[in-house]
Write a protein of this length. Structure first.
Length: 243
């Protein structure tokens, strides 16, 4: 009885703010799908990397395939926040999903570790928006006193991905082929239908009135971050050879 009253009160509050509880939960389902993709890809590749590097004959380059994703995701995250403040959340979130899905498709078709690293970097550009904009969108559509209730579901997504990622990666890496495709390639191909489902949900239900917020985008700072991080990665990878 208490739970029912709480839900009814929450629905009434959100309706006054412009969205019903049901609408918010529908939007949240799309946001959680997108965030799950980004969070899962940080863990799912780790257990399959040995199989991938052996298949692509690039064992010494596997660090690039792992860290390229994290570097571009880190750099793009603040940029998504600033740009969405200026031009709206919805187009950038849909764009982030599109970039991530395209990157996943290309990763599934990679023929060398250099290609895989480049496509993983493209994936990371999309992932930076999937995580940051999901939290920003909830902040836009939910009253401050109710945000913790919904944001807790996002933390559950991260917890689930940290457990499921290595298991899923190990399962696909252990399969020689599935439907004629190398098992490890399904780690990336499986993102395509999930990403498409998230796009359908977001495009249909996420319609937030946009109020432009003026910000200065720190492009020099983003460039400086790239210039500093990439050489550090090279040193970390090649230092044992350079002595």
């Amino acid at each position: 009885m208490t739970s029912t009253s709480s839900t009814e009160s929450l629905s009434a509050q959100n309706a006054r703010d412009g969205f019903t509880h049901r609408q918010i939960m529908t939007i949240l389902s799309g946001l959680m799908l997108g965030m799950f993709l980004a969070a899962l890809d940080q863990t799912v590749v780790s257990t399959a990397m040995r199989t991938i590097s052996d298949d692509l004959k690039g064992f010494d380059l596997q660090a690039w395939a792992t860290t390229a994703f994290l570097i571009t995701a880190t750099i793009s995250t603040p940029l998504y926040g600033k740009l969405s403040d200026l031009y709206g959340r919805r187009p950038f979130y849909l764009g982030a999903i599109s970039i991530f899905v395209i990157g996943s498709m290309l990763c599934g078709m990679a023929q060398s570790m250099y290609e895989l690293a480049a496509f993983r970097a493209l994936q990371g550009i999309g992932a930076g928006g999937l995580i940051s904009l999901a939290l920003a969108i909830i902040g836009d559509i939910v009253a401050p006193r109710e945000r913790a209730r919904y944001q807790s579901m996002f933390f559950a997504v991260f917890g689930t991905s940290s457990v499921a990622g290595p298991l899923i990666g190990g399962f696909f890496a252990g399969a020689d082929s599935i439907f004629g495709i190398s098992g490890w390639r399904w780690i990336f191909d499986i993102n395509v239908p999930v990403g498409a489902a998230a796009m359908v949900v977001i495009s249909r239900v996420l319609h937030i009135p946009h109020t432009r917020r003026e910000h200065r985008i720190d492009w020099p700072g983003a460039l400086a971050l790239v210039v500093c991080l990439v050489p550090l990665l090279i040193v970390a990878e090649q230092g044992r050879l350079w002595g």
